[in-house]
Design a protein around this ligand. Structure first.
Ligand code: 2AM
Ligand code: CA
Ligand code: CA
Ligand code: CA
Length: 263
């Protein structure tokens, strides 16, 4: 099955527009918030409803496709053969609950494990970043440029809060080497910042649906993705994601391997 990535992009953007209306309507009423694995791992009625909505749209338009989504049992289907949709109905649920802003909807589409298109909507700003290897990257309808390859010390680095505070993988030292550390609480928002050249990279521990869209969009802009040991990202497993422009990516991996000493 071959897909027209541009058509797929437009289809996903139309789903996001409908999702956004439903989310804004739901936000007018009190949220139903529950915890999952720990007290900081939340899910709301809105996460669940939007996942159901997007899965319905995918099943209707692409009945053969696999779906790997955060909420529900869809991620039991981990086979990457054929067309696979990675769905994060609300990315940044803690921000959604506490800030009513700084959260995203994300879909990444892969064919036999290769990226086709990614889309990330900043819901409150009503802006979509989208693109893929065969189509231009756009943000709010404007084409996005390839990124300059700056050294780590010349860029802001998005980082996972707990990993940085605990200096896991020397991430505290790495953050101090950059121009400054930023913690947005939403992987999707981090990839938007990277694509627009406002951050040099992002380091976190992520699930497949947290990274699929951002990776499909930003690789073509010059962003390098790997695990902490340089291995490629396997979209069937959660793990550490180091995403940064090439020089910064190299410095981060060297510092992770060499006990936090700068390359
Ligand atoms: P989420 O909001 O969709 O869960 C910061 O928390 C970022 O890491 C968010 O993008 C969040 O996605 C993601 N994340 C991944 N695993 C998480 C977990 N166990 N608890 C909280 N956030 C997690
Ligand atoms: Ca979650
Ligand atoms: Ca997420
Ligand atoms: Ca989520």
């Amino acid at each position: 099955m071959t897909q027209d990535p541009e058509m797929l992009r437009q289809t996903i953007i139309s789903w996001f527009a409908a999702s956004r209306k439903q989310i804004l309507t739901a936000m007018a009423a009190p949220l139903d918030v529950a915890t999952k694995s720990n007290r900081n791992d939340l899910v709301t009625n809105v996460d669940k409803a939007n996942q159901q909505f997007l899965i319905g749209k995918i099943r209707e338009a692409y009945p053969e496709a696999g779906i790997i989504g955060e909420e529900g049992h869809e991620h039991d289907d981990t086979d990457l053969a054929g067309l696979v949709f990675f769905v994060d109905p609300i990315d940044g649920t803690m921000n959604f609950v506490k800030q009513q802003a700084h959260f995203a909807i994300m879909i990444g589409v892969y064919q036999d494990g290769e990226p086709v298109v990614g889309a990330i909507m900043d819901v409150m700003r009503n802006e979509v970043l989208s693109g893929g290897p065969m189509i231009p990257v756009t943000h709010a309808g404007q084409q996005v440029k390839v990124l300059p390859d700056l050294p780590l010390k010349d860029g802001l680095l998005g980082v996972n809060g707990p990993m940085t505070i605990k200096n896991r993988l020397h991430l505290g030292d790495i953050a101090l080497t950059s121009s400054g550390a930023r913690m947005s609480g939403s992987a999707g928002m981090e990839f938007i910042e990277i694509a627009l050249g406002r951050q040099i990279g992002y380091v976190s521990y992520l699930q497949p649906w947290d990274v699929a869209a951002g990776m499909a969009i930003t690789k073509g802009l010059g962003v390098v993705f790997s695990r902490e040991d340089g291995a490629p990202i396997n979209l069937q497993q959660p793990g550490v994601v180091v995403a940064a422009t090439p020089k910064a990516h190299q410095t981060i991996l060297t510092m992770m391997a060499d006990g936090g000493k700068e390359a």
